[in-house]
Structure formats: structure tokens, C-alpha cells
Write a protein that binds this ligand. Structure first.
Ligand SMILES: NC(=O)c1ccc[n+]([C@@H]2O[C@H](COP(=O)([O-])OP(=O)(O)OC[C@H]3O[C@@H](n4cnc5c(N)ncnc54)[C@H](O)[C@@H]3O)[C@@H](O)[C@H]2O)c1
Length: 326
């Protein structure tokens, strides 16, 4: 059997979706999932499951050697909203684990590639708000953004100094219905669909006009795999700006109301609105488009259509006990 692919944070929003797609590409037998969550057994989505903490360097080395891992998707992290409530944990989980993964990639010969997600949270109040360039001012003031900025520099360092093939994307807010988001500032853009279909109303924790960059999950997973498939020589950057659409809660509300005319939203901004206020509204991802051919497929109307269909189906399945929220 060929080398294995290790996915850390495998039970999260992105891990769940990535594994489903990877299974179709390489087969479940080649995927090893790792997460701190208890999934009630030794298998997750038909892949081998290791329950463990990404801060445990010995565990990571052992898993990589035992399964002859070739590629690591290092997704485990504490996200922006949770990070602000638990800053020390956000620092140790996000930074210690990345250090371990990069050291493994440097020292274990059969590891040939690492994917590590950055975020639009690397940007801060001094970054331009519109069409943020690939190279720009980055002075984040959330602990999450600080870990992502330090992480980017670390990836760049390992890449330049030891030729570790690590690649990353500054993900915008990702929108999905098969797996649910885990404590980010952009989670509202998923919750709103469930609330629209279940209750016909939603209380939004962001301001009505808080515009943010967003992307449908299928675009994000496809882009991630396209970046990993790109020839290294084509890549000018270690971590790329990555964008699709930008909208505010009120624009999303209107797009949903085109399908559900009675839908109502009330706005009660909380601490997450203050986090989002530091982030840009739109991103210039021209370098990704030029270097490895990135192109998104879902605009706002397409995203709303697929989300309403998917969430409706999921609610139906939950009602008859076929699906449980992840
Ligand atoms: N979802 C988004 O919109 C988004 C946007 C930008 C960047 N990202 C980045 O993508 C990555 C994955 O995000 P996600 O949305 O899937 O997050 P998530 O919160 O849904 O999943 C993270 C997973 O990591 C696991 N985890 C947390 N601490 C761990 C530990 N110490 N050891 C092992 N596992 C641990 C959690 O149990 C969870 O299953 C993160 O690095 C995140 O910063 C996500």
C-alpha cells in the first residue's frame, strides 16, 4: 500500500468534508484520522481513527512512523471565538502542534508534504478593508490571528531553511451543512440557514452590515487539493490569499428571503462582531489564480440554493433519526 495521509482535527468542519473527498481520491484505507474528540471507536468515516492531542509530539511521531505517513493535513486548532475565551490554550494548541508537525516533516524522510490552514484572521485593523493584497500589513489583535500569523512565518521558515514542502491557504469563513462549524466568528453564515428553515427567524451576533469574505466548502476543499497537486516550482508563496465571495449578514438575509419571503433576522452584535470588525471585507487572491489556477464556482445565489437544499434534507434526516449533527 502507498503512503498514508494523516488528517489532524479530523472530526471538525473541514476535516469531515476533506476526508469524504480524499476517500474518493485515495480510498479510506490510506487515510489516518486524528482528533481529541471521542468518536466512540477506532474508526472515523471508515478511516483509521487515533484519539489524541496534537500537542503530544511523541504521539505524532509514532503515528507518522507507524502508518508511513506521506502527507499531513494539519487542521486541528482552536478557532477565533473559542480562542478569545481560552487564549493560552489557543496558543499552545495552534503553535506547539504546528512546530511538531513541521519538525516531523523535516526529520521523517517519507513525509513529503504538509498542508496547514491559515485564515483571514491574520489581517488586523491596519490592513486595508477591500481587496487585501497577498503581501500587506498584518497586525492581528486576536490570539487566533496572532497564532495564524506566527504559523505562516514558521511555515515560511521551514520551507526556506529546510525545504519542507508546506503549503497553506488563508481560508475565509467556510460554509457547509454536512459538518458544522466549531467556534469561529463566521459561524453565523451556517446557523442562519438552520434557523431560517426551523424557526423562520434568526438572531444574528454580527452587525447587519459586517461584510466578510466567505466560501462554500466544496470550493474550499477543491482549492485545497488543487494547491497540494500544483508543481512546487509554480508556487511563489507558502501561504496564499484565497477568496470566493464577500457579503454582509443583511445581504445573506436578502438572498435567503428570495427563497423564504417570511424569514426575519434580528441583529444583536456581541464580542464576535468586535472580532469581525478587525477583518477585511474582500481579498485579492490574484496570486492563487495566476500561480495554480484557482477559480471559485459558488457565488452567493448558488451558495444559498445549495445550503437551503442541504439543510432542508439534513433536518428531514434528523427528524427520522438518520443523521446526527457533527
Ligand atoms: N472553518 C473555517 O471557516 C476556517 C476559516 C479559516 C481557517 N480555518 C482553519 O482550518 C482548520 C480547521 O478548522 P475547522 O473549521 O475544521 O475547525 P473545527 O473547530 O470544526 O475543528 C477543529 C478540530 O480540531 C480538534 N482539536 C482541537 N484541539 C485539538 C487537540 N489539542 N488535539 C487534537 N485535535 C484537536 C477538535 O476536536 C475539532 O474536531 C483550523 O486550523 C482553522 O483555524 C477554518
Amino acid at each position: 500500500m502507498g503512503g498514508r495521509i494523516l488528517v489532524t482535527g479530523a472530526c471538525g468542519q473541514i476535516g469531515t468534508e476533506l476526508i469524504q473527498v480524499l476517500k474518493g481520491v485515495v480510498g479510506e484505507a490510506r487515510i489516518v484520522s486524528l482528533d481529541i474528540r471521542d468518536v466512540g471507536g477506532s474508526s472515523w468515516l471508515d478511516t483509521v481513527f487515533i484519539r489524541g492531542d496534537v500537542r503530544d509530539r511523541e504521539l505524532l511521531f509514532r503515528v507518522v512512523r507507524e502508518f508511513r505517513v506521506e502527507v499531513i493535513y494539519h487542521l486541528a486548532a482552536l478557532l477565533s471565538a473559542t480562542g478569545e475565551r481560552r487564549p493560552e490554550e489557543a496558543w499552545t494548541i495552534n503553535m506547539d502542534s504546528l512546530w511538531h508537525v513541521l519538525m516531523i516533516a523535516k526529520e521523517v524522510d517519507h513525509v513529503r508534504q504538509v498542508f496547514w490552514p491559515s485564515s483571514i484572521a491574520v489581517f488586523g485593523p491596519t490592513t486595508p478593508k477591500e481587496r487585501v493584497p497577498q503581501v500587506t500589513v498584518m497586525e492581528p489583535n486576536t490570539i487566533y490571528g496572532i497564532t495564524k500569523l506566527a504559523g505562516e512565518r514558521l511555515c515560511e521558515y521551514f520551507c526556506r531553511r529546510w525545504q519542507v514542502d508546506v503549503r497553506g491557504l488563508r481560508y475565509p469563513g467556510l460554509i457547509s451543512y454536512r459538518s458544522l462549524p466549531g467556534g469561529g466568528t463566521t459561524d453565523y453564515a451556517v446557523e442562519i440557514f438552520f434557523a431560517a428553515l426551523r424557526e423562520g427567524r434568526y438572531t444574528c451576533y454580527l452587525s447587519a452590515d459586517r461584510c466578510l469574505p466567505m466560501m462554500y466548502i466544496d470550493d474550499a476543499i477543491r482549492g485545497t487539493l488543487e494547491l497540494m497537486d500544483a508543481p512546487r516550482s509554480a508556487l511563489r508563496y507558502t501561504v496564499y490569499n484565497f477568496a470566493a465571495i464577500s457579503f454582509s449578514p443583511s445581504e445573506l438575509e436578502s438572498a435567503i428571503r428570495a427563497h423564504l419571503p417570511d424569514f426575519e433576522v434580528e441583529y444583536k452584535p456581541d464580542y464576535r462582531d468586535a472580532i469581525a470588525a478587525q477583518w477585511p471585507c474582500s481579498i485579492d487572491d490574484g496570486a492563487a489564480r495566476e500561480d495554480w489556477g484557482w477559480a471559485h464556482r459558488y457565488d452567493l445565489p448558488a451558495l444559498v440554493k445549495v445550503m437551503l437544499e442541504g439543510v432542508r434534507q439534513r433536518i428531514r434526516e434528523e427528524a427520522v433519526g438518520l443523521s446526527s449533527p457533527s
